[in-house]
Design a protein around this ligand. Structure first.
Ligand code: XMP
Length: 326
């Protein structure tokens, strides 16, 4: 248990200098722990796994093997950014697995939210384990566990992100940021030179857009959701709101309503916008988005996103709503 307690002497990492010292210390510790062995990491592109990857690249270079699984439920541009940053810029060994069809085939017709989560979680473990089995000489598994994950073992991540690797893949764990709080992980990520939109990224569920594409996921609705989300993020960034609002995203229901486009009746999906502020995700308040910005977002979504004819803005705080719709 003491292995999982943050040392009392550890300073809060809140400056570039402290981040630099932490990185130097961790790189030495990782070199010592790992030696010339190989480490495997599931790299989602989220801030925690990205910081772990960058630390390990500094410590052991090519002996880190990153696996990026594209399950088709990522936001627009995410897989491309992971490849660009880690393979092209940092020179990492990166295995990119295009598992889009595999996930979407398994999810076809599955509408129950918990079952959807289970299908996604199980498929992820299966794909990752298959890749791991193809590799030789892996001794360690790196994970982006952070301190709140340890403290709140009944917390949100622990509650949602279920599953583990099969027993025959029995690696030793490497968890270099397990004593850091999220804000410290970001300071370290910034110091490691990771791009701002990776370091200051809003929280994104493990099952990704899968929890925002309501009911049974279809490819056309998923694509509409991804495009609408990209427009929302772009407009928030242009308006200077990206770092100010805790979480903002779109949701697509699985029903249509009538509308009119180019003088003809259209029977298409609505898109719902959610923008919330919170400290701990247990309660959340609604971010008042300027009307002009809302108008621009609505205009762009209904004109640029195929299959969408309405945009709604969810003004419900948590409670009684949750942040996600599922
Ligand atoms: P709810 O919808 O319960 O969400 O109000 C609270 C926060 O948790 C995020 N969330 C997840 N985070 N894995 C995660 O790490 C998940 O599977 C997951 N599902 C929801 C949600 O986005 C919100 O920030």
């Amino acid at each position: 248990m003491s292995d999982n307690k943050r040392p009392e002497s550890m300073k809060r990492i809140n400056s570039p200098e402290l981040a630099k010292a932490f990185i130097a210390e961790q790189v030495e510790a990782l070199k010592k722990q790992i030696g010339d062995k190989k480490v495997l990491l599931a790299l989602s592109g989220g801030v925690d796994s990205s910081v772990v990857a960058a630390l390990l690249i500094k410590a052991i270079g090519k002996n880190l093997v990153c696996v990026h699984v594209n399950h088709g439920l990522l936001r627009k541009g995410e897989p491309e950014q992971v490849i660009k940053v880690f393979r092209d810029e940092l020179g990492a060994t990166l295995i990119y697995v295009d598992a889009v069809d595999r996930f979407l085939d398994k999810l076809a017709g599955v509408s129950d939210p918990e079952t959807k989560r289970k299908v996604i979680g199980k498929e992820f473990i299966d794909v990752f384990a298959e890749e791991a089995k193809k590799l030789e000489g892996i001794r360690f598994l790196a994970q982006g566990t952070i301190y709140p994950d340890i403290l709140e073992s009944d917390g949100i991540k622990a509650h949602h992100n279920v599953g583990g690797l099969p027993e025959d893949l029995n690696f030793e764990l490497v968890e270099p940021v397990k004593f850091l709080y999220k804000d410290e992980v970001r300071v370290v990520g910034k110091q490691l030179g990771l791009p701002d939109n990776m370091v200051y990224r809003q929280p994104f569920p493990g099952p990704g857009l899968g929890v925002r594409c309501l009911g049974a996921i279809t490819r056309d609705r998923l694509e509409a959701l991804r495009e609408a989300d990209a427009i929302l993020r772009e407009e928030f960034a242009n308006a200077g709101l990206a770092g100010k609002v805790w979480q903002y995203f779109t949701i697509i229901p699985d029903y249509k309503s009538v509308g009119v486009k180019d003088g003809l009746r259209s029977f298409e999906w609505p898109v719902i916008i959610r923008a919330v502020n919170t400290r701990d995700a247990m309660t959340a308040t609604i971010e008042p988005i300027p009307y002009e910005l809302l108008g621009r977002i609505v205009d762009r979504i209904v004109h640029e996103v195929k299959g969408v004819n309405r945009v709604l803005y969810d003004l419900t705080p948590k409670p009684t709503g949750t942040i996600e719709w599922e």
